[in-house]
Each structure stands twice: as C-alpha cells, then as structure tokens.
Design a protein around this ligand. Structure first.
Ligand SMILES: Nc1ncnc2c1ncn2[C@@H]1O[C@H](COP(=O)(O)OP(=O)(O)OP(=O)(O)O)[C@@H](O)[C@H]1O
Length: 272
C-alpha cells in the first residue's frame, strides 16, 4: 500500500508541523523515597521523532507513564495540544490521541493478531469491545467500519499471513509488530514506544525501524521512543532527550547529544 491509498492518519488537530504538540514542565515523580524523575522539562513537536535515552533506571519508562497518565507526578504539568493537565487517566490519554507500546510485549496472548489489533480500536468504538467480538446487535455495522481500518494496519505492517494466529505462539519480533499495530489502531496523534527493538535481531530491527519511519512520514504521527541502540536513535530521531538518575542532562539533535561529554560519561562510555 502506498501513502495515497491509506486512510490511516493522525487527527488534524490544527497544530502545524513543527509546533508544540506536548510539553512536560518541571515534572517530579517520586515513589516513596525514590525520585524517579526530578524537575524535568522538554517538549515534543508535531511531526517529529523524539528519542528518550539514558542508562537503566534513569526514569525513561516513568516519563512515558507520566505522559500517558499512568503515573501522576507530585510536581509539574503536562500540556498536550495547548491544554494543561496535572491528572489524566490512561484511557483519557488514549481517547485524546496518545497511544503506547510497552517494554515487555503486553498483548492478549490467546487471541489472534486480528483480535489484538481490533482491541486497540475499542476506544474509537461506541459499542463495547466484547460486543464487537461477538457481533452483538448494533455493534455489527460499526464493526465492519473498524475492521477496514484494522485490515489496513495489517497490510501496512505486512502481517496478513499471521492474522488468525494466536499471538502467544508468534516469534518475539512479530509480537512487537502486532503490538505496534494495536497502538496504531487508535490512529494516534502521539505514539509512545517503549524500547520497540528490544530483544530483536538485526533484520527485525531494520523492519521495525522502517515501520516507525513510515508511520511518522505517511500518517503524520508524532513519535516519542525509548531506545538503547544508539545506531537506531541516530537513524530515527530528530531530537534526543537524555536522562540520568531522573535528571535531564542533554537535549538536542542526535549528533550534538552524542558529542556531549556529560552524555558520554553517563551513558555512552566512549564517543559513539
Ligand atoms: N512503580 C514503581 N515503584 C517504585 N519505584 C519505581 C517504580 N517504577 C520505577 N521506579 C523506580 O524509578 C526509577 C526509574 O525507573 P524507570 O523504570 O523509569 O527507569 P528506566 O530509565 O525506564 O530504566 P530501564 O532502562 O531499566 O527500563 C528506578 O529507580 C526505579 O526503580
């Protein structure tokens, strides 16, 4: 499928490419005595690929969890599409166009590829997901419309051959791709990817990189991703924010960040 055939795209929310889509302002998040995130501010611009990097325990996943409403910071605010919020539930974040994937695959392992991706559309549906699954009453017509979108995602991700297979039996790389499909089913404006290439071999990484670039360029979806592979970060990211012990230590284009002595000392070890 090429870009012109696709009906999948981020919502037209009136925000111009390159303008602020999301802003994190002075966010601090504590778990008891542990400060996971300490007074962090950064923005994500419409249409960009923004990487979040840093050593283990730096606060990267916690940051995604704050952005999608899973954690509520003790201090600071999140502004999304110009609206400031201190508290938002994950389903509200999803309904407003923020989708995410997880560090460890979080799919319904007994369900097929098709049903897993369909489940990602449940927020876009008026009728409940369970009714959709069993074709109950008025859900039937709505189901057909949503099925079309899901079929487009399946074509786009080149997973038609595994559409009926239970995802628990699929190789890890394909499970990660199905998980991406489920997030795309929301037609998000902002897609949060937590280590989308973790545990993948080189070929699987190359495939995933290509899909991420295509989602960004064809659908206009803004992407924030956590990634440890610096080669991937250099290839994909427009800008990189670097965390260390919950603090932001660098923020800028990949070339600039990788040359920063503080980043080399804290994370990269040797100049990349
Ligand atoms: N639910 C929680 N309860 C208590 N402490 C937590 C919780 N979640 C995270 N932490 C702590 O917050 C800090 C940041 O963790 P986080 O998982 O955000 O780091 P990370 O950069 O994503 O690490 P990794 O690369 O290993 O995934 C760590 O010290 C971690 O132990």
């Amino acid at each position: 499928m090429n870009a012109h055939d696709s009906t999948l795209h981020a919502k037209d929310d009136g925000i111009a490419p390159g303008a602020e889509l999301l802003r994190v302002d002075n966010v601090t998040l504590r778990f008891g005595g542990v400060t996971a995130i300490s007074d962090i501010s950064f923005d994500i611009l419409k249409g960009e690929v923004r990487a979040i990097i840093g050593p283990n325990g730096a606060g990267k996943t916690s940051m995604l969890n704050v952005i999608n409403g899973f954690y509520h910071p003790q201090e600071g605010t999140i502004r999304f599409r110009g609206e400031t919020r201190t508290k938002m539930k994950p389903y509200e974040a999803a309904a407003s166009g923020i989708a995410r994937t997880f560090q460890n695959v979080a799919l319904f392992t007994g369900m097929s590829t098709l049903d897993n991706i369909m489940s990602g559309r449940s927020l876009a549906m008026k009728e409940s997901f369970l009714k959709q699954m069993f074709y109950y009453g008025p859900a039937r017509n709505e189901d057909i419309e949503h099925r079309k979108k899901v079929e487009e995602i399946i074509d786009f991700l080149e997973i038609a051959h595994i559409r009926r297979q239970p995802v628990g039996k699929l190789p890890y790389g394909l499970q990660k791709r199905v998980e991406l499909g489920r997030a795309l089913a929301l037609e998000p404006d902002l897609l949060l990817l937590d280590e989308p290439m973790a545990g993948m071999n080189l070929e699987e990484k190359e495939d995933m990189s290509r899909f991420i670039i295509d989602v960004n360029q064809q659908f206009g979806t803004t992407i924030a991703l956590i990634e440890h592979d610096m080669g991937v970060v250099m290839d994909l990211a427009d800008r990189v924010v670097v965390l260390d012990y919950g603090k932001k230590i660098a923020d800028g284009p990949p070339e600039e960040v990788q040359a920063s002595q503080e980043v080399i000392d804290a994370y990269l070890g040797v100049p990349y």
